[in-house]
Every structure is written in structure tokens, then in C-alpha cells.
Design a protein around this ligand. Sequence first.
Ligand code: 3IX
Length: 237
Amino acid sequence: PLRSAAVGPLLSGSSGRSRRDAAAHPVPPRSPQALCSQPGRPKDYALPNASWSRDMLDLYDRFLAMTKEGLWKRIPSYNNVLDHIPGKALRGLPSRDTRLFLRSIEAEGVGFEYVMFLNSSEKRVVCLFQPGSYLEGHPGFAHGGSIATIIDSTIGSCAIFVAGRVMTANLSINYMSPVPLGSVVLVDSKVDKVEGRKVFLSCKVQSVDGGTLHAEATALFIQLDATKSQKQQASCQ
Ligand SMILES: CCCCC/C=C\C/C=C\C/C=C\C/C=C\CCCC(=O)SCCNC(=O)CCNC(=O)[C@H](O)C(C)(C)COP(=O)(O)OP(=O)(O)OC[C@H]1O[C@@H](n2cnc3c(N)ncnc32)[C@H](O)[C@@H]1OP(=O)(O)O
């Protein structure tokens, strides 16, 4: 109930807004910070761009407004994993020609358009996701693997918050309704329990108006301990 209650006002708000209403209530201007990355920092992709639909912008503004109350925090998103670890990228690590999978399509709007928000007290990460045309599976719909990717990454960010360095051990997804390309869905993930190094999480993928449950998932992430992660890293050099 808390979950739906917490998201309810968001969803009912946007479901109550027809396109006409939306036209009558233009999206409020965003603060300059909300529109651009911080100077001197790698590009933050979790910010509005021209490819974002009205639903995406509207939902973004609602979550951004909720960050002002302190419960929610927008998670910046860079095209390289290391850039997410403050200071890590500056510690003389060899620069590698790699990109975070979700940010591997540079053109705006055709790949994974998304922004994640963290609610620490609820151990919850919600991702606003707008799948682009290059993620097609069945004509007009997002590929099941792209849905698995955004779920794995949203749940993974949730697990990182609780347990730091983690890896996905198990991800189980039920697909209930295909996600149209260009639509906006809410990927709502939370930590269910932690047992030692095991972090158990669940996730729902819903339409913005809450009327359609597209998918639901459970996952097990394992916290990496220092030696094993070095060994693992050694093995994949
Ligand atoms: C809020 C802040 C958020 C900040 C976010 C910021 C930045 C993030 C930005 C970018 C990151 C992008 C996305 C988000 C992050 C992640 C998403 C992607 C994650 C992945 O895409 S990652 C790739 C796919 N992933 C793998 O490539 C893993 C391959 N695998 C292994 O590397 C090992 O397998 C490992 C390490 C998993 C475990 O190995 P290990 O040796 O450390 O541990 P061990 O085997 O001893 O298992 C310990 C206990 O877990 C139980 N257990 C293990 N596996 C189980 C299973 N499948 N089912 C049920 N139970 C299982 C055992 O039964 C035992 O249980 P018990 O203790 O009770 O005996």
C-alpha cells in the first residue's frame, strides 16, 4: 500500500491530465541546473532532452518537485560506470574505451531514455523509462531484452545503494503486456530483504497512468567481497 500510495498521487496526477490539459498547463520551466550537466563533469544523461515526450517531461517534473521535499534524489547518469564513482575516475585508472550498455547509443531518443530517482528511506529506486526506436523487438514494441536491461539496472542501482559493489545472481521476469516504443513506463524497484551478502529485490514496470502492469520481476544480487571481486577482475582482464 505504501508503494502504491507513494506512487499513486504521481500516477493519478498524470492520468488526470489529458493532452489538452497538458497544453493548458505547460510544463513548468526547469532550473538551469536541471537542464544541463555540471561544468567540468562528464555529461549527465539523466536530464531532459528534445526527445523526451510530454509524459516523460511531466513525470520528471513531478519527481524533481519531490526531490525538493528531501525524500527523493535524482541519480545522475554517465556513459561510463567509473564516472559514477566519485573520485574513482581520477585515481589514475587506465581509461578504457568502454561505455555503460544503457548509454551506448549516443543519438537522443532512439535508445534508452531514462532517469532514476532514489528514495533512501524506502530502499527504493524508481526509473522513468522511454524506450526508443532502436530497442525494437516485435514491430512497434520494446524488445524483451531491453526491458530486462532497464529492470536489471534499476534493481541494480537499488542494490548498490544497500550493498555497494554487487552483481546480479538471478533475475526473473514475467512479461504481462508489451511496452510500445516511445511510451513512458515507471520501473519501480525496492529491496525486499538482505541476508548476509544476498540482496533480494522486486520490481514492477507500469504505465504512467498505472493502468497497465507491463512486467514484474524479482532478483537476487550478491555483494562482492574484496578478494573475490579482485580475483574476478583478474579473471576478466
Ligand atoms: C543509489 C545509488 C545508486 C548508484 C548507482 C550508480 C551508479 C550505477 C551506474 C551504473 C551501473 C549500471 C547499472 C546498475 C548496476 C548494476 C546492474 C547490472 C548488474 C549486472 O548486470 S552484473 C552482470 C551479470 N551478473 C554476473 O555476471 C554475475 C556472475 N556470477 C558471479 O559472478 C557469481 O556467481 C556471484 C558474484 C553472483 C556470486 O559468487 P560468489 O562466489 O561471490 O558467492 P557464492 O557463489 O558463494 O554465493 C553467495 C550466496 O549466494 C547464493 N547464490 C549465488 N548465486 C545464486 C543464484 N543464482 N540463485 C540463488 N542463490 C544464489 C549462494 O547459494 C550463496 O548462498 P549461501 O551463502 O546461503 O550459501
